[in-house]
Design a protein around this ligand. Structure first.
Ligand SMILES: Nc1ncnc2c1ncn2[C@@H]1O[C@H](COP(=O)(O)OP(=O)(O)O)[C@@H](O)[C@H]1O
Ligand SMILES: CC(=O)N[C@@H](CCC(=O)OP(=O)(O)O)C(=O)O
Length: 295
């Protein structure tokens, strides 16, 4: 048990950070792998509620890849991925939208409201928030050459209309955004949630982009948890990708951090969503957790 003096010390330590980030927007990408445990989910959403009550503007963009895969499996539909992106035919799109918008988004909104916050759920289709065009997949052949393949209704965000999010923020709510975008003719596109969060962070001129995942951050050696890289500049990232140190699902995350930084976002962070209150620890204490990618 910590003593009352220690508790007071922790609150005082938070003061300069509360002052620094008062009125600032923080986009939190909450990935599907970090959602599996209900207690952890509650801890992440409590952090967002606390941020809101101390005057920050948290915006949650959620994923839900594992839940989409689970639902597809229950319906006897196989999941295929190209470069970390789900190959999305019309039927898969319908199910992805049902799971992301109908289930996960509403579960998160319900949980935030239950904790004592006020949340509003949106998809990228609401208010034309995320307008997308077709994204092609890239596969690397054994000889190192790259090939472009059709991955169906996977979208890349071409335009963000943040009006609806700003309205929701202004009215005192926490926006919770599902990564389903609108395309020509009003049809749906399945967008990778990291990319959706990055694009939204730029459009909102966010101070921070926080990506929650299921590893400690960027590791110099993936088999050694103590090899966490605490800070890295965006210029150092391509070298690590070329050397294969950053690989797989971490690639879209670092790419998204780089484009967010280039688009004017202050700092970007890749944090371990399995650590309770990792967002609070990152924002309100002297001991940052995870990896910070900076300019
Ligand atoms: N250098 C690295 N450090 C940490 N993780 C890495 C690294 N390179 C690749 N990865 C992989 O990236 C994964 C995170 O991406 P992903 O599974 O897509 O996360 P999420 O579901 O949260 O979006 C890690 O579980 C790990 O396997
Ligand atoms: C195109 C594409 O792959 N879309 C993702 C959208 C959800 C997502 O990104 O969820 P995580 O953040 O939990 O991985 C998918 O269908 O799984």
């Amino acid at each position: 048990m910590i003593s009352p003096m220690e508790k007071a010390g922790i609150l005082v330590e938070a003061l300069p950070y509360i002052k620094k980030f008062y009125g600032k927007t923080v986009v939190i990408k909450y990935g599907g792998h970090a959602m599996v445990n209900c207690e952890l989910k509650k801890a992440v959403l409590t952090d967002a509620v606390l941020m809101k009550y101390v005057g920050m503007h948290p915006v949650i963009v959620h994923g839900g890849g594992p839940e989409i895969t689970g639902m597809l499996k229950r319906l006897g539909i196989e999941s295929n991925f190209v470069g970390g992106l789900r190959v999305t035919d019309a039927e898969t799109m319908e199910i992805a939208q049902m799971v992301l918008v109908g289930k996960i988004n509403k579960d998160i909104v319900g949980m935030i409201n239950d904790i004592g916050g006020h949340a509003v759920g949106l998809s990228g289709k609401d208010g034309n928030l995320l307008v997308a065009g077709k994204k092609m997949g890239r596969v690397r052949n054994a000889d190192g050459t790259e090939e472009t393949v059709d991955i169906g209704l996977v979208g890349e965000v071409r335009q963000v209309n943040p009006g609806i999010v700003n309205t929701v923020i202004r009215e005192g709510y926490i926006p919770v955004v599902a990564p389903v975008a609108v395309g020509e003719g009003g049809h749906s596109y399945n967008v990778n949630a990291d990319s959706a969060a990055g694009a939204l962070a730029v459009a909102l001129k966010a101070d921070k982009l926080v990506i929650l995942t299921d590893v400690e951050g960027i590791l110099a050696d993936r088999n050694d948890k103590s090899s966490l890289i605490s800070t890295i500049t965006r210029q150092q990232v391509p070298g690590l990708v070329e050397r294969g140190i950053i690989d797989g699902g971490m690639i879209p995350k670092v790419e998204c951090c780089i484009s967010a930084l280039q688009g004017g976002v202050g700092t970007t962070h890749i944090l371990d969503g399995r650590v309770p209150h990792s967002v609070l620890l990152e924002i309100f204490t002297d001991r940052g957790v995870g990896t910070m990618v900076t300019n």
